[in-house]
Design a protein around this ligand. Structure first.
Ligand code: HEM
Length: 262
């Protein structure tokens, strides 16, 4: 495992799998991956004006909140989770990719340059998705195509992410996928985090639960809208096209028994 013969770190500081990803980062990871999968599948499998499609928007709003929390954690979290630990210039990315293609790359404790660009894309694209989704439901039809393009862009990055993990596991004989489960990685020259940051993980769950619960309370599936907690804003979850067809207006209760999925 250790190819760093010049590494001055004493051997006792080299647990075989030091802790790299704290609990908040891992909880964010699986929340984010689950919400992305849910939002994507609902969009693929249901009709835009069905009731079930509302879950697509709700999943997007919860995902955006998770991303905002992760951005906060990127400023104050444990070292490998901080943005400052994986801020690479394009030149670093090019150098890393060349080394990887030539089989000279060395595993890094946190995100390597290629992974870091994917992470930034995976954090920014959902914010663009929510913004274009809200523009669309407020009647800006031009946002629809952009929303679709961003969604497929995010899917492409996720596929690259999974391909990168598979490539890394094979090339370094390292089961890196486990790192987002127990937080530990087989990496040399890193002493490991002293703590999982369990309290911060619990706070993440409380904040996510609070946001999800408040959204559920402010959700009106008949009027197809949701009241955002704490902000006093009500968002339409439909562009109103369907209501016009049914002779109603957005925000007005619809007749029951006419939904696509009923
Ligand atoms: C079986 C599926 C997956 C596994 C095993 C997995 C595993 C991992 C691992 C090991 C990392 C750390 C990579 C590194 O060391 O640089 C990571 C990071 C990340 N993954 Fe995944 N991943 C999976 C699916 C997904 C999916 C579906 C998404 C998005 C929809 C996703 C989004 C991310 C993000 C955003 C990060 C950065 C985490 C952060 O720094 O906050 N992952 N993943």
């Amino acid at each position: 495992m250790s190819e760093h013969s010049t590494d001055p770190t004493p051997p006792e500081a080299h647990p075989s799998r030091p802790l790299v990803w704290d609990l908040p980062t891992r909880l964010f990871h699986w929340t984010f991956a689950g919400l992305f999968a849910a939002a994507f599948l609902v969009a693929l499998l249901s009709s835009e004006h069905s009731r079930i499609f509302l879950l697509h928007m709700l999943a997007g709003l919860v995902m955006a909140f998770a991303v905002l929390l992760r951005i906060g954690w990127g400023l104050v979290g444990s070292r490998p989770s901080r943005f400052s630990a994986f801020l690479y210039r394009p030149m670093d990315l090019a150098r890393y990719l060349r080394a990887a293609f030539e089989g000279r790359d060395q595993p890094t404790p946190g995100h390597n340059p290629a992974a870091s660009y994917a992470v930034y894309a995976m954090l920014l694209l959902p914010l663009g998705l929510v913004a274009t989704g809200l523009l669309k439901t407020s009647g800006q039809d031009w946002a629809e195509e952009l929303h679709g393009a961003l969604a497929y862009g995010l899917l492409a990055v996720v596929v690259l992410h999974l391909a990168g993990l598979a490539w890394h596991s094979r090339r370094h004989r390292d089961r890196i996928a486990l790192a987002m489960v127990d937080g530990r990685r087989s990496v040399a020259g890193f002493a490991g985090l002293p703590s999982h940051r369990i309290w911060a993980g619990a706070l993440f769950l409380v904040l996510m639960g609070g946001w999800g619960f408040s959204l559920a309370r402010g959700f009106d599936p008949v009027a197809r809208q949701v009241a955002l907690p704490f902000l006093g804003v009500t968002l339409p979850l439909d562009d109103g096209g369907d209501s016009k067809e049914k002779g109603g207006h957005r925000g007005e209760p619809r007749e029951h028994g006419h939904h696509d999925d009923d």
